[in-house]
Design a protein around this ligand. Structure first.
Ligand code: FES
Length: 117
């Protein structure tokens, strides 16, 4: 899928709690800072489409606040495999600015979290 790079923020501006949720190119994007760098996923649980970003991040995984599914942010993998993996977005840092590769096509209904515009 064709993507384009979108600037997120400067590394120094990244929130201290290690996660940042935003809208880029019509997508709901969750960026998490891990020990191995930044990772970005679609901010939508693959179970019932809840926003993942209010969930807690521990040991490189985010827990869905609705029913507790956990997803590795580095791979998008659903731990335990109960649900589909998350869509991942590539991340890079250019001159200190975090950039995320977002599909040029807007998300379809099955890619949007509940409550997203
Ligand atoms: S909506 Fe995320 S675990 Fe159910």
């Amino acid at each position: 899928m064709e993507t384009s790079w979108h600037a997120l923020c400067h590394e120094a501006e990244f929130p201290d709690d290690g996660k940042l949720a935003t809208q880029l190119g019509g997508w709901s994007v969750l960026v998490v800072k891990g020990d191995d760098g930044f990772h970005a996923v679609n901010d939508r649980c693959t179970h019932q489409a809840a926003l993942l970003s209010p969930g807690r991040v521990r040991r490189g995984a985010i827990m869905c606040p609705l029913h507790g599914a956990r997803f590795e942010v580095g791979t998008g993998r659903c731990i335990g495999g109960a649900y589909a993996d998350l869509r991942r977005f590539d991340v890079r840092v250019v001159d200190g600015v975090i950039e995320v590769a977002i599909p040029v096509v807007a998300p379809g209904p099955n890619e949007r979290p509940v409550g997203a515009r």
